[in-house]
Design a protein around this ligand. Structure first.
Ligand code: PLP
Length: 381
């Protein structure tokens, strides 16, 4: 009975994975009564993150990655009526904050190597928006989908040619590198997420990666209700309540102790899938396009060629589900979402094809090799 239960336990896509020290930091917060959205854990977590991403960046811990995207757009001056270019192939949280500010998202499709923003299409979109509106878009949001670094060299070159700042959505890419540089440090501002299913979690949280201490100060100012320097509560700007709690940051400090292990484990899971699926007809495992790219492989993704495989992505997903294994279609592109039906979009069919034929496989760092083998047995049936 027990063996049976173990063999049939649900295998999830990506679960929170505690290292063991998290509760020590949380207990310390309780013992010292730092149960507020600031304190030693918040400062410590920010320092740990800054050290981890490198490049002398300054990190501001926030209540969510979505909050970081919103604040990033505020800091870059996005206002009502502006246009913001956003990668179409992403989770809705990359695009939603654009609309919080009364701005319009302009969606740009992906290229086949990384599945991220296509640089050529980006430049085409920038030029065309200028022709159509007489203005350049205010910000560019590329995303490192499933941990795979976008082609940031080209994207940053194009962005600087037109003087447009880049807000880099690295929510899924903590630890990923392009040419040895950590994702989140390429753009003017970078966004990290510590939601329950990401590389590490604070139960819910995010961070904004800034180039200067001044920018980080401004981000903190807006994240804490934009209080002017006065003994009473005085406000000259509209603020937000976006700071991370000292309790959540305690979880984050504990998670930072196992971050490198989590990254190594996700990469090992990807390697195992690649080996085990090498003979599977019509199934391709997403890979780093060259040695310059070093994905954290937050999620291992496959693409199913229905003609070669003799079945569709959906057939495989349903078979996995029947075997108590969670998998998920790739993100539905934003330009195909009902809520963004009216937004301008520059498309080439790449993200739509990936959405039709792609599948995310269980990739959490707590999964065992046996879990992965069980998933592969079902896929290969
Ligand atoms: C998770 C995620 C976000 C949002 O982060 P939260 O912390 O959940 O608000 C933004 N962009 C992408 C690509 C994500 O995967």
């Amino acid at each position: 009975m027990i063996i049976n239960n173990l063999m049939n336990k649900r295998i999830w896509l990506s679960l929170a994975h505690m290292g063991g020290r998290e509760q020590d930091f949380v207990k310390e917060a309780f013992d010292t009564n730092w149960v507020v959205p600031l304190g030693p854990n918040v400062n410590g977590f920010e320092e740990d993150l800054a050290k981890f991403v490198g490049q002398n960046r300054h990190v501001v811990a926030l209540s969510a990655g979505t909050a970081a995207l919103h604040l990033g757009l505020v800091l870059l001056g996005v206002k009502t009526g502006d246009e913001v270019i956003c990668q179409s192939f992403t989770f809705a949280a990359s695009a939603n904050p654009i609309t919080y500010l009364g701005a319009t998202p302009v969606f740009v499709d992906s290229e086949v190597d990384t599945w991220n923003m296509c640089p050529e299409l980006l430049e085409e979109a920038i030029k065309d928006r200028y022709v159509k509106t007489g203005r350049y878009p205010k910000v560019i949001i590329p995303v490192h989908l499933y941990g795979m670094p976008a082609k940031m060299d080209q994207i940053m070159q194009i962005a600087s040619r037109y003087g447009i700042p880049v807000l880099e959505d690295a929510a899924e890419a903590l630890g990923s590198e392009l040419n040895g540089q950590k994702c989140g440090t390429f753009g003017e501002l970078g966004v990290l997420s510590f939601n329950g299913n990401k590389m590490i979690t604070t139960s819910g949280g995010g961070a904004l990666v800034c180039h200067t201490a001044e920018e980080a100060q401004t981000a903190m100012f807006y994240a804490t209700q934009a209080r002017d320097n006065a003994p009473h509560y005085q406000h000259s700007k509209i603020g937000y309540n976006y700071r991370m709690s000292n309790i959540c940051a305690g979880i984050g400090r504990g998670q930072m102790l196992v971050l490198e292990d989590h990254i190594a484990r996700r990469r090992a899971i990807h390697t195992l899938y690649t080996e085990l699926l090498s003979d599977a007809k019509g199934i391709t495992v997403m890979q780093n396009p060259s040695a310059d790219f070093n994905s954290n492989f937050w999620l291992t993704c496959i693409v199913v060629n229905p003609k070669e495989a003799g079945e569709t992505r959906e057939d495989i997903r349903l078979r996995l589900d029947a075997a108590n294994i969670e998998s998920r279609p790739l993100w539905k592109p934003m330009h195909l979402q009902p809520v963004f039906a009216d937004a301008p979009a520059y498309t080439n069919g790449v993200s739509e094809a990936m959405f039709n034929d792609g599948l995310c496989l269980p990739s959490g760092s707590s999964l065992t090799d046996e879990d992965i083998k069980r998933a592969v047995r079902i896929i290969s049936q």
